[in-house]
Each structure stands twice: as structure tokens, then as C-alpha cells.
Design a protein around this ligand. Sequence first.
Ligand code: CMX
Length: 432
Amino acid sequence: MPILKDKLTQQIPALRKEAQALLKENGNTVISEVTIAQAFGGMRGVKGLVCDTSVVDADKGLAVRGIPIGDLADRLPEEIFYLLLSGELPDKAALADFQGELRARAQVPDYIWNVLRAMPEDSHPMTMFSTAVLVLERESVFRRRYAEGMPKDQYWEAALEDSLQLLAKLPTIAAGIYRMHYGKGNPIPSNPALDWGADYAFMLGLPDPDGQFANLMRLYLTLHCDHEGGNVSAFTSHTVGSALSDPYYAVSAGLDGLAGPLHGLANQECLHFVLGTRKKFGGVPTDAQLREYAWNTLKEGHVIPGYGHAVLRITDPRFTAFHKFGERVCAQDDVFRIVDRIFALVPDVLREQGKAKDPWPNVDAISGSLLYHFGLTEFDYYTVLFGVSRALGLTSQLVINRALGTPITRPKSVSTAWIKGAAAGARRAAAA
Ligand code: CMX
């Protein structure tokens, strides 16, 4: 049996027992209350989901299975998937075994390319990417085995197989979309001698004489892997998967959420903002020009992309990891320098404006500038890269949830009239 699957087979009975015991002994313990502001405000801060793959602490940022993301920056994305799922980093043998598992599943069926070629030329790359994942759903082992009466305790195995099939193919599909959509020529076949991230870089077909672009891709795919369970893409994927829709459906849905400008598309928006600045001022603007540009953006009612976060209240450690890479590899690049100046000035502007609870940069504020440096200048493609990486987290969350038998997601919604009644009741109680 493959090493990762074997490890999970050993771990899962204990995880099930732990969850059952927790529920039996503490099922009625209250862990969260909901205010009217939270009900109207995207459930921000309501604790109503369980996710063990990663945790985002407002003051520390992302930790994958307890390890701060900054400490994982030199790891391969394959190692991160292993960690997300099993809670442990693989040793050399386990890593090689897992990479072999991916390689064996890497072939993308021709019908995917036919569907992508038939799409209108102005389809957004994220639409193409999500569509490809959805069309691939006909391969689902989970759906076939469910129809055959698969026992519930085997759901996770079928979800794992679908996840591995998907992860193995995503770089090839994503790189093919890049080449097709931007007229770069035929898709470049995968190179089985390369690791997952380097192979993706290779298939994009950009020049990489010193291997730094491959390094950036590995870092990119590692840093975007997961961000606990409540962000739009993870929660969407979780909800779809909870209906026992298979991982292809769930990941495609998650990617649709990632395509929103307040979520994953912010990286595209961010580079748009940076290049707009460079164009307006004919190069790197002065601090005064940049401050004025930021204020004008806010006055026009736009957000400053790449800044703020629903959970974080610090500079995103993923931003810091990218910043270190940029300082090492392209410190003199104009676009990187503008990003650097924005980082120095915009938090103060946002603080002065006083609206954003978090004035600090998130990962999207910088990732695009590094891709741009290496010639990946088509910024409406950037969210696809994010999606390839985020699929690591989405699928590992799905496998764990199928292993634990997590039931269908169904929070209760209430009407405005009900809330008014509850508010009046609370006022009466306070006055009595
Ligand atoms: N620029 C301008 N205004 C901002 C802002 C920013 N970067 N971030 C927050 N605000 C504003 C909000 O729009 C909101 O204004 P209104 O009260 O007028 O609606 C106010 O500050 C309070 O918002 P908040 O509670 O601080 O932030 P939310 O949790 O509601 O939203 C986020 C979080 C990320 C959507 C928001 O900060 C934002 O729009 N940032 C820019 C887009 C971005 O970078 N998104 C990527 C996030 C990372 C990811 O998911 O990939």
C-alpha cells in the first residue's frame, strides 16, 4: 500500500474514536455565541466549523498542523500535502513514494483539451480551470463507488483517490490553459523527472536559466496551500463535499469562490493596482505620489487590493516569505520596488482612514510582482496558480471530513423579522 494511504489507514480509527469521545462527553459545551452583527456580517468570528489541517491565528498567521508557514517555506508542496493530511512531514522514502503516486496519475485525458479549446476566447482562465476540473468529474471513483453501495467507512479512500488524480493533473491542466489562452503554443508535456512545482514551472514554458522561477513556483504552491476551514473557497468546498458530492465537484466549487476579487482574485487586482501606479507616474512613484494615489483609490470607493483580512491582524507571514524571496532575487525590479513602497505607506493610509480592521498586507499584495518579474505578466492568470495550490488544502480537508463522517452542512438561517423580534426581546429583558 502507498505509504501515505497506509499512514492514514492507521491514523483514522483513532481520529474517529477521539471525535466520538469528544462529542459524547462534551457535545453540549458552548464554544461560540452569535451576535446580530455577525449574522449580518458574514459570520465573522463565529466558531462553527472544525478544521485540523491548518489554523489561522489573528496575531500569528497560518500554521499548518501547528508549524508556522514561514518555517515551511523551503518545503516542497508535495511535502505540505502529506503534512496537511497526516499531520507529519514525510521522510525521504515517503516523499518519493508520494511523488510516484502523483506521477502515475498525471496523464490528462484528451477530452479536457477539447472542452477547453471549445470555450470562448475571452473566457477567464479561472472559468477554464474550474470547468476543466468539473469536466474531469466523470473520472470520479467516489461517485462510481457510492453508486455501487460503498460502505461509509471507505468514503475517505475513494475521496483520497479522486484527490490524488486531481492533484496529479492540475499543474498540466493549469499550464495548458496558460499556453492556450495566451497563444503561447501547444501544451508542453509534463517532465516526470521534476517535482510537482518545478514541473508546473517547466510546463508554463517561461525561460528559467537559473532555476529561480521553479523555486518561486515551489514557494508559491507551498504558501497558498490552505488557510483553515472558513475562508470562501474552503467553506464552499467543504459544504459541497458534505452533500457527498465528490472531490471534483467540491474543488470546482471552491475554485469558483476563489475567483472572487475579495478572495483569490485579489492577486490579479493587486498587480493591476501596482502597474496602474507605475503607468501613472512613469516608474516608481515618490512616497507622496503613492500616498495620494492610495487616498484617491479609497475616495473613489475602491479597496486597496492585497491589504486587510477577515481574520489576520498582522502582516501575513506568507507576504513576509515572498518578500524575503523578492529581496534575494529581484530587489531592483521596478514592480517589486513599488510593492515594497506600498507596504511602507499603505498601512498608515488605511489606519488613518480608520475603516479596515487589518491595515496590513495579505499574501496577494506581493505574489503577482514576483511572477511578473519572471515574465508571467498575464495577471488574470494568477488566481489559477493560487487554485492549483489551494487544491492541496481543499482536498486534504475533504478526505479528513469523509474519514470522520462529517454530516451535511446545514446552519440555520433566520429572517430579519425574527432578528427584530429577538432584539426587542433582549431590550425588554434588559429593561426589566
Ligand atoms: N482597502 C479599503 N478598504 C478596506 C480594505 C482595503 N484593503 N480592507 C477592508 N476595508 C474596508 C471594508 O471594505 C469595510 O468597509 P465598509 O464598512 O464600507 O464595507 C471596512 O474596511 C471593514 O472591513 P473589515 O472588517 O476590515 O474587512 P472584512 O473582513 O469585511 O473583509 C477583506 C476582508 C479581505 C475582504 C478586505 O480586507 C478587502 O476587501 N481587502 C482587499 C481585497 C483583498 O486583498 N482580498 C484578499 C484577501 C485574502 C484572500 O482571501 O485571498
